[in-house]
Ligand binder design. Structure first.
Ligand SMILES: [Zn+2]
Length: 129
């Protein structure tokens, strides 16, 4: 009962690892991303059309808010603890926030696409159209 989720997904990757590594939700090949945070048009291994999943940039705004809050807290902490010159802040937070937004966006978009893929796969068994 506890491990049934593993067997009923067939060759599909776990949604968490698919999101982390940019795997195709259908076949598990590492084909989801063409750029840093942009999807490939389709899976090069199984031909799954990624363009049909309109994930969009909805997660981007949400993610930027979270990253902004995390960076602000870290920046205040560093300022109070070490009182560094201003350029240290620029050197630290600009690359870090860029990396966090791009990395987070990849994971969030891959996660949404994987969830959407599974939802449709589930619906397809119930709906006629
Ligand atoms: Zn595939």
């Amino acid at each position: 009962m506890a491990d049934s989720h593993e067997s009923n997904t067939g060759g599909q990757p776990e949604i968490a690892s698919a999101a982390l590594f940019g795997l195709c939700p259908k076949c598990g090949a590492r084909t989801l991303f063409a750029g840093l945070a942009s999807f490939a048009p389709r899976c090069r291994a199984c031909g799954l059309d990624y363009a049909q999943f309109n994930v969009g940039d909805g997660p981007a705004a949400f993610l930027t808010l979270i990253v902004g809050a995390v960076i602000a807290i870290l920046a205040i902490w560093v300022q109070l603890s070490f009182e560094p010159p201003f350029w240290v802040h620029a050197l630290l937070w600009i690359p870090l926030s860029t990396a966090l937004v791009i990395g987070g966006l990849r994971i969030a978009k891959a996660w949404l696409l994987g969830a959407e893929y599974r939802r449709r796969a589930g619906e397809g068994r119930l709906k006629e159209d």
